[in-house]
Write a protein that binds this ligand. Structure first.
Ligand code: F0G
Length: 481
């Protein structure tokens, strides 16, 4: 919750008490250098014990509540017909208003099933923006993704409150160009991850739905971060100030034909799900569920996770839960921006995104500025973040680099895990890094996997800059700090 202090400052106050904790440690800079060198300058390869604050992702790393942990002990461990599944189905009906539910082991498993059943070679799928696993699955099924965001979406210095909107003119043009037969569905992502966690507005969603209905094209939502999107609508869209997060979520889901999500994010649990009121979709997907995921009543998840999900789905409608990360992100982004550090604005959901193109001007995308910046942040702070730039794009089928629209170092904030002092620490070290940014040079691949290369790729620094950065940090610390 945002609290105004008597000196005028506004701070995000944590609306929970910490009952169970995990100790963390901060290793010295020379050891951080060694760890990132051993990890091939890829933050995915770091070991948890070498990380002080883990801002890689909010996926599966959110803190569960006491009620979620308590509920997980009630798991009905039946292979088929588990009562725990029916609790999830009931929560989905209450919170999302869908009657058919297909649990999956993760969000990408839901994408796999959708791609398998709905996407055929030659299809095009219009969307506000891709997510890495979405793109990979739809393309593997022979489809092509079309990103039809408004131009403002790529402006990292914007004040536009809804950069996740679909450009409705582009949607109409796309339908005209390809015809409805080639468009199996339109996809819209809540708080669009790779645009910097940027939401869509209700007004936009309604118009997208209207166009889709006119052409009888189904509208599918990736609702992995639906409660945050609802929170932004409440905070930023006229007419929604007095509505509850639950009412806004209900309005969003009433406008879509199918909902899928990674449950590792919003519901502070694990797993994934597909939910719909369209019986035809349900019947098409259902037969494949036991083959790829598990029986219908567990979908590859542990039953304990299902119980936690049922509780987490209801908890995410609490305004303090839905707003927890957006308010911390707002503080993080605000402090960095005040110090002249290039960050994506307006602040979105899930993470503070540092704009590597502006942080490291002059570094060509072929040298992976977002990857270099992410490794540098780790060396300077022990904070792990994630590259969301050209390394996160795979090469095209002819082997050429595909340069990403944005080069971002994403500092994700898992829900209810870190306090304001962790964020203050990260801000301080990024400020130091910005002053010393001339030391950061590019990266080159030494081992490059053919698909989703960002996970296992190994890189090396050009000009041994990691060592120089660590030395500068050590020097400054000894003398100035
Ligand atoms: N869709 C969105 C919007 C996501 O952010 C993610 C995962 C997925 C689908 C895939 O779900 O991980 O459960 O298989 N995002 C994580 C992240 C990995 O770090 O942003 P999953």
């Amino acid at each position: 919750m945002l609290v105004k202090l008597s000196d005028g400052r506004e701070i995000p106050v944590e609306m929970h008490r910490i009952k169970i904790l995990q100790n963390t440690r901060l290793i010295p800079v020379d050891q951080r250098l060694k760890a990132i060198e051993e990890g091939g300058y890829n933050t995915f390869s770091l070991r948890s014990r070498d990380i002080f604050i883990d801002m890689l992702t909010d996926s599966g790393t959110n803190a569960m509540s006491d009620n979620q942990l308590g509920a997980s002990m009630l798991a009905d461990e039946a292979y088929a017909g588990s009562e725990s599944f029916y609790k999830v189905a009931q929560a989905i009906e209450e919170v999302l208003n869908f009657k058919y539910v297909l649990p999956t082991h993760q969000g990408r498993a839901a994408e796999h099933l959708l791609a398998k059943v709905l996407v055929k070679p030659g299809d095009v799928i219009p969307m506000n923006y891709h997510f890495t696993t979405t793109k990979a699955h739809f393309e593997l099924a022979g489809g092509e993704i079309l990103e039809i965001y408004a131009d403002e979406a790529l402006n990292t210095q914007s004040t536009h409150p809804f950069k996740g909107n679909i450009d409705t003119q582009k949607l109409k043009d796309t339908i005209k160009k390809y015809g409805t037969e080639k468009i199996p569905f339109v996809r819209i992502e809540a708080t669009t991850n790779l645009l910097g966690g940027q939401p869509f507005s209700m007004e936009n969603l309604k118009e997208v739905k209207r166009i889709c209905s006119e052409h009888e094209i189904p509208l599918i939502i990736d609702g992995s971060l639906i409660s945050e999107n609802a929170y932004f609508i409440k905070k930023r869209e006229k007419g929604y100030e007095d509505k509850t997060v639950q009412e806004i979520i209900g309005e969003i889901t009433s406008l879509v034909d199918l909902f899928y999500a990674s449950a590792r994010k919003n519901s502070s649990s694990r797993g994934g799900l597909i939910a719909t009121n369209n019986k035809e979709f349900y019947e098409m997907i259902k037969p494949w569920l036991p083959l790829y995921e598990g029986f219908l009543t567990y979908g590859g998840m542990s039953i304990k996770e299902l119980e936690a999900m049922a509780v987490g789905l209801r908890e995410m409608t609490d305004v303090n839960v839905a707003g927890a990360v957006p308010e911390q992100v707002k503080y993080f982004v605000g402090q960095l921006a005040e110090n002249g550090i290039p960050v994506v604005t307006p602040p979105g959901a899930l993470a503070c995104h540092v704009d590597a193109k502006r942080f490291l001007p002059g570094m060509p995308q072929s040298e992976y500025p977002a990857g270099a910046l992410s490794a540098a942040i780790y060396i300077a702070s022990g904070v792990r973040c994630m590259e969301r730039g050209t390394i996160s794009m795979d090469r095209d089928k002819d082997g050429n680099e595909v340069f990403s629209d944005l080069e971002l170092a994403r500092l994700a904030i898992p829900r209810r895990v870190y306090t304001l002092s962790h964020i203050e620490y990260a801000i301080d070290r990024i400020k130091w890094l910005f002053k010393n940014r001339d030391l950061i040079k590019g990266l080159r691949f030494v081992e490059e996997p053919p698909v989703l290369r960002f996970f296992f790729g190994r890189l090396e620094p050009m000009d041994d800059w990691g060592k120089k950065l660590a030395e500068a940090f050590e020097r400054d610390f000894k003398t100035n700090f």
